[in-house]
Design a binder for this molecule. Structure first.
Ligand code: MN
Length: 724
């Protein structure tokens, strides 16, 4: 439904055509920019010409032709000075940091950021051939840019590359053409930039399917010859009628874009005649009111085809496009497609988002790019509101321009969408639950990265798994997806249940030993009676409850030992004779008090805590004084001989201030195979510092050894273990 711009050829230029190109550009700019801005653009040209000095394009032209052509496309859309300058400089960066900071200095941060944004998109390559991925790739590109002008420059860049594609090798040409049709033309469409979109499609089609293009072109030319006269007559009749009723209008006969004919034939399985045998006319008038009057006039002239009238003025298209569309029965039964629109709408239809770029008041100083884009969205929203229809389209546009999602590549080049803020762990779970559950590390852009790394659009992500790895409860602090969260919780719950069951069994056996009993020796009747008594469904649930600290093993053992006694007497001392060994492998149902940080070797006591299970404290911990008076709450425990794992201990060090001291202490600690989990520094006065280390140690001996070494350091005058 679009008319095709006559390709502008740069082959007509004289040998000193660089000068021609820049003066041509400047004369366009002078029509809408301030002289000082035009001068700045000229400076950018001098800068760019020097940067590309000696380089030439595949076609043999000096390189600077290309950026100037890109800038001209931007100027034709009346884009601001920054965009024009960035367009001229868009190819100079190529990874050199110095040049980026130079551009920043000479042309300002905004231009530097635009140029940088374009370079980033240039380095993003679309590898996969799966068609469904193309849309994700479009979204990825849009998600990567903070300023929509970057996309506009990229589209202008692609347009010029397509115009000069003939110089490329066939396989490259084919790849670039396909990418243009699948990625760039749809993006141009989303932004409403139809003039660019139509040309991208035309050129893409021509290079990707040269044979089909030729066949269609020939067919179009043939039918055009046949109908020229008739077409002219219709136009003249309409013109005449409009004049009679006093409506001023510009009337264009339109030709359909070959690619859109091709697509229609393909998708709707129509013959060339069905698609093409329609006349198309566009009428541009001065305002909305005139649009409807003009429509009424032509409906009076030719009968409209029922059901074909569309009012895109009242209900604009998602990208802001507005027009009245209708189809008429013309003379000799031919169909005439008509679009009626105002000048304003015509401009939007051609350049889309760019139409909203410069403020008409001339006040265009320093409005931020984001604000302008929002302005564009707001304009569209206003249009839509006045039409009183759904907001669905806004969702569509908003998602496209400010996505709440990030798009990353799998190692195989597939694209995955994740919510903003998603981490490597979320990625793992998005691939497969098992992968999430067993991931231990991540690679981002082929480099090792923490699992908590927040992903950015365009990155390639891979997670490394280990067969027996398990989810870490700490992941819950940073995962962003519901899938990851629920899977981690589910896994931890299962894990905790298993561990609770195990601990519950140990605690009950220990308590039963006093009555010369054990779980194995219990018969079915005993267990059934017990469960009935306690109103618990299964023995397994009962053991879990014991392990979680919700029920006391001693009471249950007593019931089983002396079934007559329903309310047991509590002796002053602990009812237990045999203490419970702590192995360090109990898992989540056993915790170590954060008040006293017990480590193997410390005298300890266990306190049953409802829901949390068994908490181990140092015997002299102040927090357990009350609980000790209640024998049903505490359990005798001791460190098993072969206790495993690492335990947190806190030591405080007082030392005289000296540079590098913290580093040397830290080195001593890690030399002893201890991890520093946390350090806090607190300068007491000018001369001394209080350093608190939170360490992971194996046992008391290990800790004592470390403390001895620290004490030997000359600047240190005091080291002590604290209770937390
Ligand atoms: Mn370029």
């Amino acid at each position: 439904m679009e008319n095709v711009a006559k390709p502008t050829s740069i082959n007509l230029l004289s040998p000193d055509s660089t000068r021609f190109l820049i003066s041509n550009l400047c004369s366009i700019l002078e029509t809408y920019l301030k002289p000082v801005e035009v001068r700045e653009v000229y400076c950018a040209y001098l800068y760019g010409a020097e940067a590309h000095e000696g380089q030439s394009r595949q076609s043999g032209e000096p390189y600077i032709y290309h950026p100037l052509a890109v800038a001209k496309t931007m100027a034709e859309m009346r884009m601001d000075a920054q965009s024009i300058i960035a367009a001229i400089l868009h190819d100079v960066i190529e990874d050199t940091v110095t040049i980026k900071s130079q551009i920043d200095e000479e042309f300002g941060t905004e231009v530097a950021q635009l140029v940088d944004g374009v370079s980033k998109l240039t380095h993003l390559t679309f590898k996969t051939r799966i068609e469904a991925q193309a849309e994700n790739f479009q979204k990825m590109m849009l998600a990567m840019v903070k300023d929509v002008r970057v996309v506009m420059i990229k589209l202008a860049d692609r347009l010029h590359n397509m115009r000069t594609l003939g110089a490329m090798l066939p396989h490259k040409r084919w790849r670039i053409a396909r990418e243009t049709l699948e990625i760039y033309a749809p993006i141009a469409q989303r932004l409403g930039m139809n003039t660019i979109r139509v040309e991208l499609e035309q050129l893409g089609f021509q290079h990707l399917y040269p044979m089909r293009f030729k066949v269609l072109e020939t067919a179009v030319n043939r039918s055009r010859g046949n109908r020229k006269e008739l077409m002219k007559k219709v136009e003249a009749t309409i013109c005449h009628r409009l004049e009679e009723v006093g409506i001023e209008a510009r009337i264009y006969g339109r030709e359909k874009n070959l690619y859109s004919i091709y697509k229609k034939m393909r998708h709707k399985r129509l013959s060339f005649r069905d698609v093409y045998d329609v006349f198309a006319i566009r009428m541009v008038v001065k305002d909305v009111d005139t649009c409807y009057r003009a429509l009424g006039t032509i409906h009076n002239l030719y009968k409209p085809v029922p059901g074909k009238f569309k009012d895109y003025i009242a209900i604009p298209k998602a990208n802001g496009y507005q027009s009245l569309h209708t189809i008429l029965f013309g003379p000799h039964g031919i169909l005439i497609e008509v679009q009626v629109r105002s000048d304003e709408m015509d401009r939007v239809a051609q350049v889309g988002i760019a139409a909203h770029w410069l403020y008409k008041t001339g006040d265009r100083v320093n409005a931020r790019a984001q604000a302008r884009t929002r302005e564009w969205l707001k304009n569209i929203l206003e249009l839509q509101k006045s039409a009183g229809s759904s907001l669905e389209f806004l969702e569509h546009v908003k998602v496209d321009l400010f996505p709440d999602e990030v798009y990353v590549f799998t190692p195989a080049g597939e694209i995955r969408a994740l919510p903003r803020g998603a981490t490597a762990v979320d990625y793992g779970y998005s691939v497969h639950t098992d992968i999430g559950n067993s991931c231990i590390a991540a690679k981002i852009d082929r480099r090792l990265a923490p699992l908590s790394s927040v992903l950015q659009s365009g990155q390639t992500v891979e997670v490394i798994t280990a067969p027996r790895a398990q989810p870490n409860p700490l992941w819950l602090n940073f995962v962003a997806t519901g899938k990851a969260r629920s899977n981690i919780r589910h896994h931890l719950k299962n894990l905790k249940q298993g561990e609770a069951l195990h601990l519950g069994r140990r605690l009950l056996n220990k308590s039963l030993a006093r009555y010369n009993l054990s779980i194995k020796k219990l018969n079915g009747q005993q267990i059934d009676d017990l469960l009935n008594d306690l109103h618990v469904e299964t023995f397994q649930i009962l053991l879990e409850e014991i392990g979680l600290g919700n029920r006391m093993a001693q009471l249950i053992a007593r019931r089983l030992g002396n079934p007559q006694i329903k309310t047991p007497k509590v002796s002053k001392k602990s009812a237990e004779s045999k203490p419970l060994p702590i192995k360090g492998t109990e898992g989540m149902v056993l915790q170590y008090g954060k008040c006293c940080y017990p480590i193997p070797g410390d005298p300890i006591i266990g306190i049953m805590n409802a829901g949390r299970g068994l908490v181990i404290h140092r015997e002299n911990c102040r927090n357990v004084t009350d609980d000790r008076k209640r024998p049903d709450k505490w359990v005798q425990v001791y460190w098993s001989n072969n206790v495993e794992g690492e335990y947190t201990a806190i030591i405080r060090t007082l030392a005289y201030n000296q540079t590098g001291m913290l580093a040397s202490l830290a080195a001593k600690i890690s030399d002893q195979d201890s991890n520093i989990e946390n350090v806090t520094l607190d300068e007491r006065d000018g001369s001394t510092t209080n350093i608190t280390f939170q360490l992971a140690v194996k046992n008391r001996k290990h800790l004592a050894h470390i403390m001895r070494l620290i004490r030997k350091t000359p600047q240190v005058y005091k080291v002590m273990r604290t209770r937390g």
